[in-house]
Design a protein around this ligand. Structure first.
Ligand SMILES: Cc1cc2nc3c(=O)[nH]c(=O)nc-3n(C[C@H](O)[C@H](O)[C@H](O)COP(=O)(O)O)c2cc1C
Length: 366
């Protein structure tokens, strides 16, 4: 069985799954419930000087595992987190990452009391790229526990921001926060789905995954050896492995635990474990970063080699009907490809759910 425990900044975590800051980490009791569901570590809702006052409504499921929200930071006071919530979680053995936002002044004021309350790590978060580096510097002056910088996918040059955070003393990077602003409307009422200014909100869950993966990969390519928590859109063991392959050392989840409940942690752990076994990875650490050597700056221009596996074919014919160029024919489980018409786009392989059509790039060449 592949090894799921991970050494993260000197602490052994029982598995790589971290519950990101969000509604399921709103109190000490919530952190304990997440811990009891089997997470490797849990991030608190973000502490600030003033508790948040959220608009109504501020959280909407827009389908396909994707959410938009206009939820701010913690609605409990920082004092309450420091005096009650973090100590309560620590009494139950939770590995606590305390999230602190969003300005250098708040970092300066809050990180030491949070460390004294028992937090194992600090995660700094900001809406604004320019405040992140001073936040890291202020935190590093004040605490001994490792400081993690959480980056927003809205910032244009994440590899550079990550490098500056690491140079300022951050021990790890979390990538990413939710993406936005975004907008959805209700066609029946003509009103925005969220009660925030202009109805604007932030996207998370499945729709965010490709953005998060790109962020993790580009940070890791530019900062070899950086410890990264890959967070954004993970909703299966396969997604988790994808995050690891892109260079993450730990895998964050938030929206999936809201859509499917904390029971999902058990499913994700089992799915990841069996995939690691199936693909021959000895451990989470063994899988981490394995895709990075394949992420090359040059275009790939070798023609695809296709293979058809009739025993897996369900005759759904999507490979034929979806081909924009009419290049495929399928008759009595005999596949033909018109090489003249085929543009090597690879779409046919990607729509073949049973894996009857594979290529040397997609779904394996077996
Ligand atoms: C309703 C909601 C509230 C959130 N609140 C916070 C927060 O207080 N602090 C923070 O750093 N991130 C917050 N996040 C962002 C998540 O921690 C995470 O970065 C983001 O949702 C992407 O992960 P996911 O796609 O797995 O949900 C929140 C996300 C959601 C959906």
């Amino acid at each position: 069985m592949a090894e799921l425990t991970v050494n993260f900044l000197g602490k052994t975590l029982r598995n790589p799954f971290v519950l990101g800051a969000g509604p399921l980490t709103y109190s000490g009791e919530a952190l304990v419930a997440a811990w009891e569901a089997g997470l490797g570590a849990v991030v608190t809702k973000t502490l600030r000087r003033e508790p948040a006052d959220n608009p109504y409504p501020h959280l909407v499921d827009i389908g396909r595992g994707t959410l938009i929200n206009a939820e701010k930071w913690a609605d409990l006071t920082a004092e309450q987190w420091i005096e009650r919530e973090i100590p309560l979680a620590k009494k139950h053995g939770v590995v606590v990452i305390a999230s602190v936002g969003h300005t250098p002044e708040e970092a300066e004021e809050l990180v030491r009391p949070v460390e004294d309350a028992g937090a194992d790590f600090i995660e700094l978060v900001s809406y604004n790229e320019s405040t992140m580096i001073p936040m890291v510097e202020k935190a590093k002056e004040r605490v001994k526990i490792p400081v993690i910088a959480k980056l927003s996918p809205n910032w244009p040059d994440l590899p550079r921001v990550a490098a500056r955070c690491l140079a300022a003393g951050a021990a790890a990077i979390t990538a990413v926060d939710s993406y936005g602003p975004v907008l959805r409307l209700d066609v029946r009422t003509a009103r925005p789905l969220l009660g925030s200014p202009y109805g604007f909100g932030w996207l998370s869950g499945a729709g965010l995954k490709p953005i998060a993966l790109r962020a993790v990969a580009e940070i890791c390519l530019a900062n070899p050896g950086a410890k990264v928590i890959g967070l954004g859109g993970v909703s299966s063991g396969e997604d988790a492995l994808e995050m690891l392959l892109a260079g993450a050392g730990l895998v964050g989840i938030c929206s999936v635990a809201m859509s499917r409940g904390l029971r999902v942690v058990d499913t994700l752990t089992r799915e990841l474990s069996s995939l690691l076994d199936e693909l021959g990875y000895a451990s989470v650490e063994d899988a981490s970063g394995r895709s990075l050597p394949h992420l090359l700056p040059a275009e790939h221009k070798e023609r695809l080699r296709f293979r058809y596996h009739p025993e897996k074919c369900t005759d759904c014919r999507l490979c034929v009907t979806r081909c924009p160029y009419g290049a495929r024919r399928l008759e009595d489980k005999k596949m033909e490809l018109d090489e003249e018409k085929c543009r090597n786009c690879g779409y046919c392989v990607s729509v073949c759910r049973p894996g009857a059509l594979t290529s040397d790039r997609l779904r394996g060449w077996a």
